[in-house]
Write a protein that binds this ligand. Sequence first.
Ligand code: F6P
Length: 333
Amino acid sequence: MYTKKGGFNMGTKIKSVGVITPGGDAPGMNSAIRAVVRTAIAYDLSVFGIERGWQGLIEGKIRSMDLQSVGGVINRGGTILHTHRCPEFREKAFRHKAYEKLKAFNIDSLVVIGGDGSLNASYQIYKEYGIPIINIPASIDNDLYGTDYSIGFDTAVNTAVEAIDKIRDTATSHERVFVIEVMGRNNGFIALDVGLVAGAEAILIPEIPFDLSSIAQKLAYGQQRGKSSFIIVMAEAVGKAEEIAKKLRRKTNMDVRVSVLGHIQRGGSPTALSRETACKLGARAVQLLKENKKALMVGMISDRIIETPLQEVIRRKKKIDLSTYKLANLLAA
Ligand code: F6P
């Protein structure tokens, strides 16, 4: 794949795959690594695990993987390859070091399992060096265009809902309002799904403007009808939960408490859906490399595996489902 002069021959068939999980971890990443490794071996490709994300790549933290190296990981949260936030990857010099390492280890294709940062970095490497790359969406935020589900999202939603069900017990006993902050750095995908299935009386997400006075009125109206406890789910992207709670205390006569769920949403054994998505997308990613495809993201759309060019995934924005938002409001009267 690599020529003597140091270039990359894009015409030849790949012989090896590197698998990497940069950025934030997500439950189900291990199921995806397992699928990549075992499919690659079935295709007679050698597989390398790149540890600690892009940082580990430039440090040469690369190990050969065999069938056994992914034994017993399908149900484990986190990533056995470890990860690391790596803003330096935006610099060309840093990416060049990454390319040099891939060349040194004779890794002539990559499966990148991660979220939006990983996707942008992958596209840059592909554009600069032509290395065949297939991305697998894995991020609890579920904010990538080109897939209904990113690996880890369903697990994070289930974890948050389980926690909120418990908070509801104490909220009901004490007749309190709880403002519960869920993850979602720039968006409300987790908050919306969690809010719907946890029966939240209000959902605050950055995509839809909200007014705390109207929410206070909704609570008062609920109180008049005999309701005495309320759950408000907010995405971290809309601000600080404590600030929202303070304002609501001023606008209502209710006892308002706060709970920030935080990184608990990123851990735990992946749900069946997170694992299924990981198994299917992991295997498909390797098949695509074997077919000489490159610069694609594999995703699940309406239960089918769909490939979208990386460029398009980066350019387009996944939209929040307004009908889900309306439904949640209607049901949580
Ligand atoms: O992107 C996933 C995510 O969990 C976001 O929801 C959250 O804002 C962020 O990662 C937290 O990042 P870190 O791993 O740096 O704490």
